[in-house]
Design a protein around this ligand. Structure first.
Ligand code: P6P
Length: 335
């Protein structure tokens, strides 16, 4: 394949689909550059004094890893001076981050989970950065959290970087999903997979089985049928994978199919699942749908959910369309 850089790809996409105005291209390139910097930090491991806990907690009440804080700072500093953003929001920050007055305000809003899967950092398992781009409401004054309360279908771009054996960037601006691999020697993103498509059927599922006793009936039924394999109603055997890094699990599904599930359960009805809508479920749902897959909360299309809080959680079922449709139908049958 002729080497196509991220910049060339974005320029060509703009020419083809008129979907990436200059400001959005600048935003994507700045985020991609920040992910290169994060990849460099992640790659240092113990040699960089960046492992372990930061001895602080985030809004979620989770102990922050040093790299959570470092990655968040990298994304804030990379994006605040360019004039393409009005505000940012992050899993690691309680409230939104307006662009400082000393910089011009732009028309986009960037949301991100700066380092997803951080429990895997200290044991050298793949982690990633997830990001979502919304347009600032017309005539918006000083940005508020309310300006971010837009359904996932309003996203103009979404993507993730996965820091694994290779560092890869997966991106959609609404016309399919493309994947770039970081050429570390050149320091550039190179297009390596065009128009990724998720196989409609699959034989792989991803869920944290240790929570099984807490699941609601539709999830119990669906997973038990997978476990019954060729002896059960599905009449074929399934395989299970759970990396506990959403980015890594979604990347596998994009490449070879599968279904990823993080359901709500009976433990805490006030906490519908673990994953956050605005900067985990929404961007991943846009990517998965653009790749021919599906994403629901068990009943509703993720991208149709009207958000009400910046850090709200949502149950997630995403991946191969046929599997998501089946587990969603079991929820509908329940009531
Ligand atoms: P559990 C990582 O902490 C994360 O937010 C997702 O990346 C991942 O899919 C999930 O939580 C793992 O959760 O309960 O299996 O540790």
């Amino acid at each position: 394949m002729k080497r196509v850089s991220l910049t060339q790809h974005l320029v060509e996409e703009q020419r083809l689909h008129n979907s990436i105005p200059a400001e959005l291209r600048l935003l994507i390139e700045v985020v991609a550059r920040a992910c290169k910097t994060i990849s460099h930090s992640v790659g240092k491991g113990a040699l960089g004094d960046i492992l372990g806990s930061a001895d602080t907690e985030n809004i979620q009440g989770e102990v922050q890893k040093k790299l959570d804080v470092i990655s968040n700072e990298i994304l804030l500093e990379a994006n605040e001076w360019g004039g393409h953003l009005a505000a940012m929001a992050s899993e690691e920050m309680e409230s939104i981050h307006p662009i400082p007055n000393r910089y011009p305000m732009g028309e986009y809003m960037l949301l991100f989970d700066p380092l997803d899967g951080s429990s895997n950092i200290d044991v050298n398992v793949s982690i990633g950065t997830i990001f979502s781009v919304l347009k600032a409401p017309e005539g918006m004054g000083a940005p508020t959290e309310a300006d971010f309360m837009q359904a996932g279908s309003m996203q103009v771009a979404a993507g993730y970087a996965v820091y694994g054996p290779q560092t890869m960037l997966v991106l959609t601006t609404g016309n399919g999903v493309n994947c770039f691999t970081l050429d570390r020697e050149m320091g550039s993103w190179v297009l390596t997979q065009r128009h990724m498509m998720i196989p409609e059927a699959t034989k792989e599922f991803a869920i944290n089985m240790s929570n099984q006793r807490h699941w609601h009936a539709p999830v119990q039924r669906y997973v038990n049928e997978l476990l019954a394999g060729s002896t059960g109603p599905r009449e074929k055997d399934f395989n299970m994978r759970w990396i506990a890094s959403m980015v890594a699990d979604v990347h596998r599904i994009l490449n070879r199919g599968g279904i990823f599930m993080y359901p709500a359960d009976t433990r805490d009805t006030s906490m519908p699942g673990k994953l956050r809508l605005m900067y985990e479920a929404n961007p991943m749902a846009m990517i998965v749908e653009q790749a021919g897959g599906a994403a629901t909360d068990g009943r509703t299309r993720i991208l149709d959910i009207a958000p009400h809080k910046l850090h709200q959680r949502v149950p997630v079922f995403l991946g191969s369309k046929a599997e998501v449709a089946l587990v969603t139908s079991y929820h509908a049958e329940q009531c």
